[in-house]
Design a protein around this ligand. Sequence first.
Ligand SMILES: Nc1nc2c([nH]c(=O)n2[C@@H]2O[C@H](COP(=O)(O)OP(=O)(O)OP(=O)(O)O)[C@@H](O)[C@H]2O)c(=O)[nH]1
Length: 390
Amino acid sequence: MPPRRRPTQQPAPSSAEANVPEEGDLDVAAASAVPPPQAPVESSSPEPGPPAEAEEASDDFTPLATERLILRPYKPEDAAELHRLINDWMVTRNLAAVPFPYRRELADEWIRSAAESLRQGTAYHLAVTGTEGEREIIVGGVGLRVDKARKTASLGYWVGQRFWRHGVASEAAARLARWALANLDLVRLEATAAHDNAGSVAVLRRIGFRQVGEGREKFLSLNAEQRVLRFQATREDLFGGPEPEVEPESCGPAPAGSSPLLLVAACALIDADGRVLLARRPEGKRMAGLWEFPGGKLNPGETPEAALIRELREELGIDVAAACLAPFAFASHRYERFHLLMPLFLCRRWKGRPQPREGQALAWVRPEKLSEYPMPEADLPLVPLLRDFL
Ligand SMILES: Nc1nc2c([nH]c(=O)n2[C@@H]2O[C@H](COP(=O)(O)OP(=O)(O)OP(=O)(O)O)[C@@H](O)[C@H]2O)c(=O)[nH]1
């Protein structure tokens, strides 16, 4: 079959990906790296600054680490190794967007286009690397194509045949999927797998995707359509809903059959420009990726004001006086495992400059833009109140 040359014909994990049974262990090691906050992320300065704008383009993607792997942007010098791994019928036959045979020049072209789309924030195609002895080796690839209009992204992955049966695809795909929902402006992830690709289906299920339907897709390597299974994952699928450990001390008594009451104090910090500070729940927490008002649970015996003063110092490194906290509204919302009662205070004066002390991204948001930021359900009624007031 002659290779075809189109920018979309890539070793790209665009969909319907690797047939990778996932057991055992791989002799690869991880270096330490942390994900950068991504859009919509703004200045954390309380001084007047640029208005809130979604900003997703990045020239500088910080690699993502897993226990054994590093997910990093491709480099031009990866082309030969990439070509050697991907120009393999056993790998390409499961990849919808990769032709076979795969010509060497396509690897160069792919690396160039992956760098450009990463810079623009339209796709995140990353090399999955491990180490063999002291040497870094490429073991596969993982990627996301972003559909900004639909706030979705499609996940794909492939693994070089030599590295099958070591759990590489699950480890890499889970990391990128969780990073994406925690850091990008997305409501869900999508993925497809060829109906007979049991390995890839198992990967998607293992990392938290749900099957939502079936369809057909053209596979370049087969030069034919294939039946595919369609999968999706939302934040709730990957991180769980709002179900914190509810300590009896912070709750009122819960009669049999009812949910415990959780008291949380929250604060809308307002800067001199009338912008409100939102904090994004970081990867690793339930509801990661949602934006909320800084604050937190009340400790036993604490007043809401005292809890807020403590939380604002811990989370943002600022000092607030109780006299500067003005009661504004409250949220009363039933989550599955508890009922949230959350007084919301307004504060226009504080000491220090809010800094993200707990890995959260911060955004100073104009009131009319608040509704563009995905927030926990309990906060939704507060948004119009705040917008009208400010
Ligand atoms: N701070 C804050 N919490 C909110 C908001 N809306 C909302 O539903 N919550 C929920 O209220 C609870 C706040 O608890 P928290 O901040 O002390 O705890 P957490 O889940 O972040 O975990 P942690 O115990 O590790 O700090 C969480 O379940 C959180 O999802 C909000 O606007 N601000």
